[in-house]
Design a protein around this ligand. Structure first.
Ligand SMILES: O=C[C@H](O)COP(=O)(O)O
Length: 313
């Protein structure tokens, strides 16, 4: 178990002079998918690892107890007994991620499985409700049994460079989480520049985020490689400055096995293999698992199964 990030106190001097060179970040990100050509058993092993690190998510207005229960059944046994046996693995997903009122259904459905329940909170996805209500929502989700809380930030604080206000809000969110782990969603598609992404990431970590997460899945632009690269550089800088370790969660629009492989390669290149475990890496996705199952099934049987046999919920 990784020691939680305790935060470092608000230290703007550690990030306000940093300016990110966008063309360089884009060039480096573009070179990534070609860095590793994973085939056969290696590819299968990396895909199974992506399943271990998956935050299997449903965040829809028409979510029901029944849908959440079906998702949780999938979370317990994401590859199904035949595929898991053929691969010789026993695996669950990293967590199930739902809205606060769905937490109790997920907790019930996952009882005894060891799979944590993550809840979004703080007026997800826009976060534009008064802070006391957002903090109360965190407390509600924790009381319902959530192990992890995915919060959104006030984008205006980042867009106007009011880093002290952003720090204060996230520190209060961290306190409201108690023992539950805090994932801070930067909603990078709203932040306009990579420099702002870097600075917001540093503030989130200084305020005690256990994970920093790219997106809600509801912005126009969600997880991208350049943004992820800059967030990983921030994690690396924060570790160098404080000795503390923070996890990373790309989320939003990650749908293919290729995405799962590319983001893991990025993690390995930037932070090293030790980060490729559920304590430090999650992929937030609502529809990625079906494609991973399809690729793994192809690896095992030599042919592709139809998607409708593999839909998670
Ligand atoms: O946190 C997870 C995201 O909301 C999932 O986004 P997605 O539906 O594009 O996979």
């Amino acid at each position: 178990m990784v020691t939680r990030n305790q935060g470092s106190g608000f230290k703007p001097a550690l990030f306000t002079s940093r300016v990110v060179n966008r063309p360089a970040a884009e060039w480096l990100a573009a070179s990534l998918p070609g860095l590793r050509s994973l085939k056969g058993a290696h590819q299968a092993a990396w895909l199974v690892n992506a399943v271990r690190c998956l935050d299997l998510t449903t965040l829809a207005g028409d979510d029901t107890a029944g849908r959440v229960a079906r998702l949780c059944a999938k979370a317990r046994d994401p590859l199904g007994p035949h595929l898991a046996e053929a691969l010789g693995v026993s695996v669950t997903v990293g967590a199930v991620c739902v809205y606060p009122t769905m937490v109790r259904h997920a907790v019930k459905a996952l009882e005894g499985s060891g799979v944590p329940v993550a809840s979004v909170a703080t007026g997800f996805p826009a976060g534009l409700t008064p802070l006391p209500l957002r903090l109360a929502e965190i407390s509600y989700a924790v009381d319902q049994g959530a192990d992890e809380i995915d919060v959104v930030i006030t984008r205006e604080y980042a867009l106007t460079g009011d880093w002290a206000a952003l720090y204060e809000e996230i520190a209060q969110m961290r306190a409201a989480c108690g023992e539950a782990h805090l994932k801070v969603i930067l909603a990078t598609g709203d932040l306009r520049s990579l420099t702002t992404v870097y600075r917001a990431a540093m503030v989130a970590m200084q305020a005690g985020a256990d994970f920093i997460k790219t997106s809600t899945g509801k912005e126009e632009v969600n997880a991208t490689l350049p943004v992820s690269l800059i967030m990983l550089r921030a994690i690396r800088d924060y570790q160098a400055q404080t000795g503390q370790i923070v996890g990373f969660k790309p989320a939003g629009g990650l749908r293919t096995s290729k995405d799962a492989l590319t983001w893991q390669v990025l993690m390995k290149e930037e932070l090293g293999l030790s980060w490729l475990q559920p304590d430090l890496f999650r992929i937030g996705a609502s529809s990625l698992l079906a494609d991973i199952e399809r690729q793994l099934s192809h690896y095992v049987t030599g042919r592709y199964a139809a998607f409708h046999h593999q839909e998670p919920a």
